[in-house]
Write a protein that binds this ligand. Structure first.
Ligand SMILES: Cc1cc2nc3c(=O)[nH]c(=O)nc-3n(C[C@H](O)[C@H](O)[C@H](O)COP(=O)(O)O)c2cc1C
Length: 772
């Protein structure tokens, strides 16, 4: 748990004394977040900064780090949570949520003293939009807590992203807090132009730091974190050799097999609509897709495309020249990641032809079991931590003038006052895992392994830079860019061209961040999750208990509107990861338990819809079902661009039991006859759902579903599993519309409204969506 106390200094001299937050008795705030990929955590941190400026003493951490009774100790409690799975709470809230649901609390009013507000993050292409935040709210109210400020619900589908809802919510919350908790005497809130003391500080290690005779540090790696319950011990040379031999023996048994590192999509146009909350007290902040609006503003978008790519023609995606020469690759050192496994890369194989615009790789890893073999089921993800390239790290060191300190061992500390007052504090952010055998590590280590220096900068980062430049023009520009109200300008400068932190720093040469502030400034590299695409028997059948898992990765390399080629951090890392490389990986169970792979579930019909690398988890599921004697009928709709280029695994399906595949090749020319066979809105008469407007005449999965309505309708009557995986643009909503059309067309129900309801009833159908 990171307690944010106030301190006067961080050991570095500041150019000017800054006004400081004041500790006021009884003025306390707790910010709890639930987050899978860091969005909610980022929002929580922004709220903490606001609270500190209003002189609240604040603690912030993931929900699972708190006990329920902790809630009672703070004057204000703010929850920030995303929704994951199929309307589920994020994984780092499981313990907290379970406690909150305890039966014996139900009639106790035990949270009566708690004053709370909630900000939810979701994606309206999922039917259970923002359910985690909503469930949380209902339960807190049931237990007697008071909601002092309306709930905010952001939608990732919104064109302007989370900010479109967060910014107005944040501003109103700040006003409400100031009114409800007036400051005593002549204490004034600190303005956004006030630099706050850091929470975490880096210092050069004192001479007390020693290495043991074996070369490993005398202090266990991560021992000061307090948050690393299961720090793995590094494998010895003999163990590695034995591992290598075992991988070699089992290599041939590996199957080839997914997921995508996907730039956030902004293809959908969404309008924000404030809705009255049920009890009518005040409207929640919400952003939702507005189908009517979408109809009116029919954009020609392809669910496989992203709008940061210049146009819609494959040849324009081609990046003939590599955008950089790879002078040297990231080092192989592994991080001490709790609960992780050592994995050896066995194959890194391109699945698309060389002349295809997109490089899709199948990477196959052998995972060494720890005490027990890992449990892997369909829907399990493999988490990989990418690294920065040495040339980028050096470029940052040079720009910031850190050459003198880059190779020196470091100490992690709190700001002075917090170290003295709070014993349970961690001295570095939660997910900052140090390099194995690195002792205290160096700044170069941190920049290589831990900080995402090529991420798109967030507003907070840009605002903080203002304090580290002596150039007035730069200060003005940074203030303008990051101020609330400049969201569009900020988006145009950062997200739209996908400008990186490094590039931003090059634009502001006067900025010199003191190295002590690195932990407070830079975002941490988070593990990227990839769905495992092979079934259980392949995973567990190997001698030596080595689990062989494959992922299918679309390496993201694209031109942006500023015509600079870009490559995602993880894509670049994986592109050059050579077979035999050892990496530390984590395995994450599916976020939802909906996807059962037992015999009974395997007998149910399966309607699977995948686009692109979304085929990964579906392939795993189909392979799992295939183990049983009589798997239910499977109808797989697979959408890709070209039959010859990205029709993944097409040769496998004929060997599977009871599997029929209906492909949709969106970019292959269709004969006039084929085009005629696609459903058309006028011919369907009743079909006025918005999805048809943009996809009319296109060979997309949703139209294939409509085309095969009788077959799909028949299966829908048999309590099937419906699995939808792939891009998160319009595809999921369009597929649901197509299913509604089928239900009406095949007379399962009479109206689309009934069809929508029908699809939400678990006794009719189990729907599992994983889109990214
Ligand atoms: C696998 C997956 C499942 C999701 N399920 C839902 C959902 O059921 N409802 C919803 O509103 N949003 C859902 N989302 C969207 C996330 O809530 C949204 O992307 C959010 O910004 C993630 O924030 P985080 O990084 O803090 O986890 C899902 C996202 C993913 C990747």
């Amino acid at each position: 748990m990171a307690e944010v106390q106030e301190s006067g200094q961080d050991g570095e001299s500041q150019p000017q004394p800054q006004p400081q937050p004041v500790a006021i008795e009884g003025r306390t705030m707790m910010v709890l977040y639930g987050s899978e990929t860091g969005n909610a955590e980022e929002i929580a941190m922004e709220l903490v900064k606001m609270a500190r400026r209003l002189h609240f003493q604040t603690v912030v951490d993931e929900m699972d780090s708190f006990k329920l009774t902790d809630l009672l100790r703070y004057s204000v409690v703010i929850f920030v949570t995303s929704t994951t799975g199929q309307g589920d709470m994020p994984r780092n809230t499981t313990k907290f949520w379970r406690n909150l649901l305890r039966e014996k609390l139900s009639k106790t009013n035990c949270l009566a003293p708690v004053n709370f507000a909630i900000f939810g993050l979701g994606d309206s292409s999922y039917p259970k939009f923002n359910w985690a935040a909503r469930k949380l709210r209902v339960r807190l109210l049931q237990l007697g807590a008071s909601e002092f400020f309306k709930q905010g619900e952001a939608d990732e589908r919104h064109d302007d992203g989370i900010d479109s809802i967060f910014v107005p919510w944040y501003q109103e919350l700040r006003t409400t807090l100031s009114t409800r908790h007036p400051l005593p005497g002549n204490i004034k809130p600190l303005s956004d132009d006030t630099q706050l003391p850091p929470v975490y500080t880096l210092r050069l290690a004192s001479t007390m730091f020693t290495f043991s005779a074996s070369g490993s540090p005398s202090t266990a790696v991560g021992s000061d974190a307090g948050d690393a319950p299961e720090t793995p011990s590094p494998p010895t040379a003999e163990e590695l050799e034995e591992l290598a031999a075992r991988f070699e023996r089992t290599k041939t048994k590996a199957a080839v097999h997914t997921h995508i590192e996907n730039p956030r999509s902004h293809v959908l146009n969404v309008v924000a609509a404030a809705e009255r909350s049920r009890d009518g007290t005040f409207p929640p902040f919400m952003a939702r897709r507005d189908d009517v609006w979408e109809n009116l503003h029919n954009r020609r978008v392809d669910s496989l495309d992203k709008d940061n790519i210049i146009t819609d023609h494959p040849e324009k995606y081609l990046l003939h020249k590599p955008h950089r020469t790879v002078s040297s690759l990231p080092p192989e050192d592994m991080l001490a990641i709790p609960g992780s496994y050592v994995a050896r890369l066995m194959y890194n194989e391109r699945q698309t032809p060389d002349d295809h615009w997109q490089d899709v790789r199948q990477l196959t890893f052998g995972i060494e079991p720890r005490r027990r073999p890992p449990i892997i089921t369909a829907g399990t993800t493999l988490v990989i931590y990418p690294k920065n390239y040495p040339e980028d790290v050096q470029s940052l060191i040079d720009m910031m003038g850190w050459q003198e300190v880059a190779e020196k061992p470091l100490d992690f500390t709190h700001s002075v006052a917090s170290a003295m007052t709070a014993l349970s504090l961690t001295t570095r952010p939660k997910h900052l895992y140090l390099k194995e055998r690195a002792g205290k590590g160096t700044l170069r280590d941190l920049l290589t392994h831990n900080f995402d220096i090529t991420a798109i900068p967030k507003r907070n980062f840009v605002r903080e830079l203002m304090f580290f430049t002596t150039e007035d023009l730069e200060t003005t520009r940074l203030r303008e860019l990051s101020s609330y109200g400049s969201e569009q300008e900020f988006y145009d400068y950062t997200s739209r061209p996908r400008r990186t932190i490094l590039e931003l720093l090059r634009d502001f040469p006067g900025v010199k961040i003191p190295f002590s502030r690195v932990m407070d400034m830079f975002p941490i590299i988070r593990g990227r999750e990839f769905s495992i695409c092979n079934g259980e028997d392949m995973i567990t059948a190997n001698e030596g208990g080595i689990a062989i898992v494959s992922i299918l990765v679309a390496l993201v390399k694209y031109k942006t509107i500023i015509r600079k080629p870009r490559e995602g951090l993880c894509s670049r890392y994986l592109r050059h990861l050579a077979p035999e490389s050892l990496v530390r990986v984590q395995l994450k169970p599916p976020t939802s338990s909906t996807l059962h792979t037992d015999e009974l579930s395997a007998r149910r019909p399966l309607i699977a819809v995948a686009t692109g690398t979304g085929i990964a988890p579906i392939r795993a599921l189909i392979q799992d079902r295939d183990q049983f004697a009589e798997p239910g009928r499977t109808l797989l709709f697979f959408g890709c661009r070209n039959e010859k280029a990205d029709y993944f695994y097409h040769d496998e399906w004929p060997n599977m039991h009871n599997v029929e595949v209906i492909p949709a090749f969106s970019r292959d020319p269709m004969t006039p006859m084929e085009r005629c066979k696609l459903p058309h809105s006028s011919e369907l008469g009743y079909m006025l759902l918005p999805a048809l407007k943009y996809d009319e005449g296109k060979n997309y999965v949703q139209n294939q579903i409509r085309k095969h309505a009788l077959k799909v309708g028949e299966m829908l009557r048999e309590n099937p599993l419906v699995v939808i995986c792939g891009s998160s643009g319009l595809m999921p909503a369009s597929v649901r519309s197509a299913l509604q059309d089928v239900l009406v067309k095949t007379s399962v129900v009479r109206t689309h409204w009934q069809a929508k309801k029908w699809l939400n009833e678990p006794q009719n159908v189990t729907i599992w969506q994983e889109t990214w």
